[in-house]
Design a binder for this molecule. Structure first.
Ligand code: FAD
Length: 467
């Protein structure tokens, strides 16, 4: 546990407290959650019950119906599973800006200590920097996002090839299930009056009552929550894993897991997905190596980058060669130029690019292979690399169910050369890797993908929806 644990202040555990509090920010699950397990161990050691607090505010960047719905859909099952363990559970939906913004501090006043998720980006990173000094009690962050804890590394890694051997060296000791939680003291106290009851029936009404952007509709493809996450994992193992290595770069084949929204909101853990994939591969004589490379090496490289590079959302984080080549080609003539809104509304000359953007608008993610093309073209058709970077971040913040993730910042910067190497010199890109339409046409079934997205746009339904 030590490598996962970061006490974020040096305050002592409070005497005569009523409970241990786990504030679940990013790992919104009762299963396979080391932060919850640590909070449970602390509660047992202190002979106290455990209270889990989950919040959703209207104030985060680009708060909208899509993100709110996905999170709210996770709440009923989360409550059910935590209560079955004997933990208390309360959920606070801050609907309006003027509503109480103090519930964490109210709960912490009766807590022996507060445990939360260690997470390097977005609102959780801001909370974890700000709250520990104000909370008045021990505040411990636990890394329940990575398989090999972020703290197993002491510095920024430069590429998949540098982190891979280090991960492999220690992987076996971390690739083990989280022990089942057994709480010795059941929660018997009343829930606070501000608790928001969420049921499968009131989710759209709750989202509608929030001061958020209602123009971004829920995804046509993904329902939030643990049961949906498990369904996606099951479907992946049953049908897609055996095709993954061969077809993962072929968007029309739907051979990837589509788990990134669930991983992002912590409704499923990378650990349990990796264990399930390994087990399934062993039982059915399959090879899961390519999938585990993405899920472990690529994903944990992203966590490493955002943990150790403060400027993870800036082009300043790029390696020198990439920054130099960007400067050298800043004034190159661009054949097409689009404003951020033209990108956002999928109004370019390129039907494949427009289909990628429409996939983002409708599904809330883009297939991994075309997502690279999507990013490279925004670079090519924006007046500057800075503006291209901002456009990509904005679209992810607003529409991507898996956005605002270490993977988001890292992979967007990958388009600009992060974790990559210099390639042949060409206009606009300089020595940054280029991707073109002809390559996409040669390697993938562009026409089938465009048809699929058009059908989804026309019918308002995703024929590949699983949950
Ligand atoms: C410009 C750009 C932006 C991206 N933005 C995001 C983002 O916001 N959120 C996000 O999760 N991924 C992002 N990615 C990485 C990748 O495209 C997605 O992780 C993947 O497409 C998710 O689909 P899946 O769950 O079906 O992936 P699968 O192929 O089934 O992979 C399983 C899991 O492995 C991880 N993974 C896969 N590819 C990568 C990768 N290249 N880097 C790191 N982890 C990976 C993800 O957690 C993924 O869910 C981005 C890539 C690019 C090029």
């Amino acid at each position: 546990m030590d490598l996962r644990l970061r006490p974020l202040n040096d305050l002592p555990v409070r005497q005569f407290a009523k409970y241990v509090l786990y504030w679940t920010q990013m790992n919104r699950r009762a299963d396979s959650n080391q932060a919850l397990a640590y909070a449970a161990d602390q509660a047992n050691a202190l002979r106290l019950p455990l209270l889990v607090y989950e919040g959703l505010t209207c104030t985060y960047v680009e708060a909208n119906d899509r993100m709110h719905t996905f999170i709210l859909q996770g709440v009923p099952e989360q409550q059910k599973r935590l209560e079955a363990l004997g933990a208390g559970y309360c959920f606070y939906l801050r609907k309006r800006r003027q509503d109480n913004n103090n519930v964490l501090y109210q709960l912490a006043a009766d807590a022996a200590l507060v445990v939360t998720d260690d997470y390097p980006v977005f609102i959780t990173a801001v909370h974890n920097a700000r709250v520990p000094a104000r909370i008045g009690v021990a505040f411990h962050a636990v890394d329940a996002s990575c398989i090999v804890p972020m703290s197993a590394f002491t510095k920024r890694e430069w590429a998949a090839r540098t982190i891979r051997p280090k991960l492999q060296r220690v992987l076996r000791e971390h690739l083990r299930p989280v022990a089942p939680i057994e709480l010795r003291h059941r929660w018997r106290l009343a829930r606070p009056g501000w608790h928001t009851a969420v049921t499968d029936c009131n989710i759209s009404a709750l989202a509608a009552a929030c001061e958020i952007d209602h123009a971004v509709k829920p995804s046509l493809s993904f329902t939030g929550g643990r049961p949906a996450a498990e369904k996606h994992l099951h479907a992946f193992l049953l049908d897609r894993l055996r095709r993954y290595a061969r077809e993962k770069n072929s968007p029309g084949s739907h051979a990837t897991s589509d788990l990134s929204p669930y991983l992002h909101f912590g409704q499923i853990s990378a650990l349990e997905v990796a264990l399930a994939a390994e087990r399934h591969a062993e039982q059915h004589q399959l090879i899961a190596t390519e999938f585990l490379e993405e899920l472990i090496v690529r994903r944990e490289l992203a966590f490493n980058f955002t943990r150790f590079c403060a400027k993870f959302d800036s082009l300043e984080a790029l390696p020198d060669w990439a920054q130099l080549t960007i400067r050298k080609h800043a004034n190159d003539r661009r054949e097409h130029l689009y404003a951020p809104e033209q990108f956002e509304w999928a109004r370019t000359h390129d039907p494949l690019w427009n289909a990628c953007q429409k996939e983002m608008l409708l599904r809330g993610k883009i297939h991994g292979y075309y997502r690279m093309y999507w990013g490279k073209k925004i670079m090519e058709w924006s007046p500057s690399m800075e503006q291209a970077h901002q456009t990509m971040l904005h679209i992810h913040d607003r529409y991507a169910l898996d956005g605002r993730d270490p993977n988001t910042y890292t992979n967007i910067l990958w388009c600009f050369g992060l974790h990559d190497r210099p390639w042949g010199e060409r206009p606009v890109f300089g020595t940054i890797r280029y991707m073109g339409y002809d390559g996409m046409k040669r390697k993938t079934d562009v026409a089938a993908y465009i048809r699929e997205i058009e059908q989804m746009e026309r019918t308002g339904a995703d024929p590949f929806r699983l949950s």
